[in-house]
Design a binder for this molecule. Sequence first.
Ligand code: 5AD
Ligand code: SF4
Length: 513
Amino acid sequence: MRTGKSVFELEQEQLKTLPKNKNKESEKDYSTYFQGPSMIDGKKRKTVAEHIQYALENGFRGIGEGKSYHIMTYGCQMNEHDTEVMAGIFMQLGYTPTEVIEEADVVLLNTCAIRENAENKVFGELGFLLKYKRKNPEMLIGVCGCMSQEESVVNKILRSYPHVDMVFGTHNIHRLPNILKEAYMSKEMVIEVWSKEGDVIENLPKKRLGSIKAWVNIMYGCDKFCTYCIVPYTRGKERSRRPEEIIAEVRELAAAGYKEIMLLGQNVNAYGKDFEDIDYRLGDLMDELRKIDIPRIRFTTSHPRDFDDHLIEVLAKRGNLVEHIHLPVQSGSNDVLKIMARKYTREHFLGLVDRIKAAIPEVTLTTDIIVGYPNETEEQFEETLSLYREVGFDAAFTYIYSPREGTPAAKMIDNVPEEVKKERLQRLNEVVGEYSRKALERLNGQVVEVLVEGTSKRRDDVLAGYTRKNRLVNFKAPAEVIGQLVKVKITETTSYSLTGEFVEVVKNEKVEA
Ligand code: 5AD
Ligand code: SF4
């Protein structure tokens, strides 16, 4: 177990609230209860991660018999997948899932720290949960995910949300059985947040949410330290899973009938950089995975700086490697990119886009953009608009910059008024909408390949699925085609989705979309 300076600060503060008998316990004992996060320790990196095989100790088996759990997930796909792992652990312990929050014996909030509004939602929900806890004092409430890795959040929970029973970090997920057991035994809040690095834990159980598409982690953490971003602190250093573990997992999923894999990592293009014994990068991994008999493989999320030519070469071989790349650019201005510490220029990004388009002419590119960075000028913002047009992205996630405590950008003095930021976001979204609409319009009359996921959100008699380029398609067809690849002829387009007529089930050959 690791402890950092602020852990002791936290302990000092918290010892005051400990029952007397716990005060007498050895330092080692009480550190289990009060392992708090430290942003300073979060920045320290060792070179090689340990690879550890998870195994449930016998003492924990059955602790959830007759009990239920409910997990609320906020944020990115990495969090969604962590929820699948925690659900797997709960099931292994004997718990059953429940959708009715007030009936749950354990409620976990798997949180996101990327922007302030994500955090506010969680604090709102925690306030709400107090009502249930009053009705059922035996209910255990836990906070995990990225917010738990922030010192300020843990302090706020200790101060203002004493009905929370457990706080554990992104590096402590595999310790869920121990944390639950502590929480049952202790009258105090159990806090276990390791600040540094994190290891690579294999063999974790998973209760997957779907049976058609599956997430597979390929690496964890991020060493890029973009000046606005909290992720390198909350998710620890970059560490890659061994290729053989990833390949085995994808093979198993293919054998189980899954049709699409999303490979996950905060910065997947850094995959393999941390291996000391082999020279093996994302291009090599994709080259292996494309040989597996599964229709579609995607990855997210990319960093333009580490996107190398070997990867482009491999993606150009296509097959099950889809023609869609999510490539966050964040800004089109060199000055802003520099302040963001993105470590590439507009010209580098455009050069990369040219190389990708030359190798994969039908590629679709999507991106992430932040507007209203501290002191962003109108000209700098317009450079973002012009870059968007120059690349011709199909879609984008767009955000107003949100200061994150502990990051370098949060200390910058900002002269851009909130109304200006909002207005820039709106102007950017108009351009995004225009390009998205045009991209979809081009598909009118074409036949596309759709992986059918189920009925549409709004209508039970309409099916919905996604193309290889991740475009949503609604169409009518018999429910038996759910889970299959089908051809659909597009008859109607909007800014965000496509409507079409079912043609037939795909038999081995591929159509483009
Ligand atoms: N403010 C606004 N957007 C942010 N992102 C990351 N950090 C911040 C922040 N502090 C955006 C980036 C990233 C996406 C996942 O979230 O665009 O690519
Ligand atoms: Fe955050 Fe992505 Fe930059 Fe890493 S590369 S610091 S996750 S924005």
